[in-house]
Design a protein around this ligand. Structure first.
Ligand SMILES: [Fe+2]
Ligand SMILES: [Fe+2]
Length: 165
């Protein structure tokens, strides 16, 4: 039996949070910050993909009361996508690298906090353990095919859809 979908998403968040903390540590070198941002971009690209391709549409379908939360989440992801795309073209020595990363961290933390404290509990209440495990299996499957960089066509298409829709 695969893991519960919420457990999988929480584990992703934990990994992202650890990178953010390391980025903010005063002792972290510029070179290391560049690597941290590259890794964070990869994790966020995969995580965004599995949430927007599997988790959000399924929750929207199964729990129509959560429609507004899902729509807000798409918008928050969209803001993060734009920052991620811009950051992915920057180097740690660029003047705006540090500031843009700080804004990305603020945005993503706010979004993850909201998911963890508000949205996940609602989803857990609304869906059975079997459904959550089935969804977990689909999230793991989606991870296999997920883009790993924002420049990959499947990631780009999603960003474009968000702009034109
Ligand atoms: Fe999300
Ligand atoms: Fe998330």
């Amino acid at each position: 039996m695969p893991k519960d979908a919420i457990v999988i998403l929480r584990e992703d968040h934990k990994e992202v949070r650890a990178l953010f903390r390391e980025f903010e540590n005063k002792r972290t070198t510029k070179d290391r910050k560049g690597k941290i941002v590259r890794k964070a971009i990869e994790l966020l690209t995969v995580h965004t993909y599995i949430e927007s391709e599997v988790m959000y549409p399924e929750v929207r379908r199964l729990l129509p009361d959560l429609e507004d939360d899902v729509l807000e989440s798409y918008e928050e992801h969209h803001v993060a996508d734009l920052l991620v795309m811009e950051l992915s073209t920057m180097k740690p020595n660029d003047e705006r690298f540090e500031a843009k990363t700080t804004v990305l961290i603020e945005n993503v933390r706010h979004h993850m906090d909201e998911e963890e404290s508000d949205w996940f509990p609602k989803v857990r209440n609304g869906l059975s353990r079997t459904t959550l495990r089935e969804l977990g299996g689909r999230l793991l499957e989606a991870k296999q095919r997920a883009p790993r960089s924002p420049a990959q066509p499947s990631a780009l298409k999603k960003a474009v859809d968000a702009v034109v829709s």
